[in-house]
Design a protein around this ligand. Structure first.
Ligand code: AMP
Length: 282
């Protein structure tokens, strides 16, 4: 069991990603490489922390809800988009190449993403992290297949919101350049139409000390958001079906902004009294 626990630790996942991708090119080869070395790899979740994935279109709020759940459950929230942006701002060797791809709304190569993710998992492991909530990964079937062979995902939450609201949310999104916190200046009032209910969301305004430091992501322009949505439908929506066929997908239609959605999400996840239960067994 100790050996198995070691295999399920992020460090092992990270090294498997890196090694598999550096020595092979096809998904089948990556999978058989891992399986031949670790025949018992996909095993029980009993001795480890939550391993969850958040799926959903750009702007749906994956980062917001994954980060809240990460605080509640005590597992790291790992957003591959954040890893890409850190690499972009580091002015490292990849940054020029990445800027061009990200600013056009395209996907970065699987190899680059696995390398960034492996490094992040390694750093986390050195700090004693276990479990994760992945946000923005996997985004292609190949990423999902490799992740599936490297470790077992317990639950996949698919957040959903109508497309006109997604675009408005992306255009209103702002980040504090100092503390990195996300806000939204859009005041959304989408009318009911074609059987869809209306929806309103208040802006999520920054505190005064962040207000003068707000920046907008370069890929949050209308043209790029529309391209990111197109890429999502083409490359990432099949990932929803991948997990649906495994019985791991939980669809969640966001009923509105954070005040309406957060309690409903906790309820759907059966976590509404999680803190009470946790302190009872502590
Ligand atoms: P996000 O913050 O999740 O919207 O990601 C920002 C950008 O980073 C995306 O538009 C992609 O260019 C890139 N990116 C993030 N995660 C992935 C991934 N799993 N696979 C490929 N590209 C990604």
């Amino acid at each position: 069991m100790a050996a198995l626990t070691r295999l399920l630790k992020p460090s092992s996942i990270s090294s498997l990603f890196t090694r598999s991708l550096s020595t092979t090119t096809t998904t089948a080869a990556v999978i058989s490489d891992i399986e031949s070395e670790h025949p018992n790899f996909s095993d029980p979740k009993s001795s480890r922390n939550f391993q969850w994935v958040f799926l959903g279109c750009p702007g749906v709020g994956k980062g917001t809800y994954a980060s809240r759940l990460s605080n509640l459950l005590g597992v790291p929230h790992i957003a591959t988009g954040d890893l890409v942006r850190e690499e972009l701002s580091s002015a490292g060797p990849l940054s020029h190449q990445l800027a061009e791809i990200v600013n056009q709304g395209k996907l970065v190569s699987d190899e680059i993403i696995f390398n960034l993710l492996s490094k992040r998992l390694e750093v986390g492991e050195s700090k004693g992290e276990s479990g994760f909530i992945l946000d923005g990964f996997p985004r292609t079937i190949r990423q999902a297949e490799i992740l599936d062979e490297v470790t077992e995902i317990d639950l996949v939450v698919n957040l959903k919101l109508r497309e006109d609201v997604l675009v408005e949310k992306c255009l209103g999104r702002r980040i504090c350049s100092q503390c990195g916190k996300g806000f939204n200046v859009a005041s959304i009032n989408a009318k009911a139409e074609n059987g869809r209910p209306g929806m309103s969301m208040d802006p999520l305004l920054p505190p005064q000390h962040c207000a003068s430091k707000l920046i907008t992501r370069a890929d949050d322009t209308e043209q790029v958001v529309k391209e990111r949505l197109r890429v999502y439908y083409e490359k990432s929506q099949p990932v929803e079906d991948f997990y649906k066929s495994q019985g791991k997908l939980m669809e969640f239609d966001l009923p509105g902004g954070i005040p309406e959605s957060w309690p409903k999400l906790l309820e759907a996840l059966n976590l509404d009294d999680y803190e009470v239960k946790r302190s009872a067994v502590a």
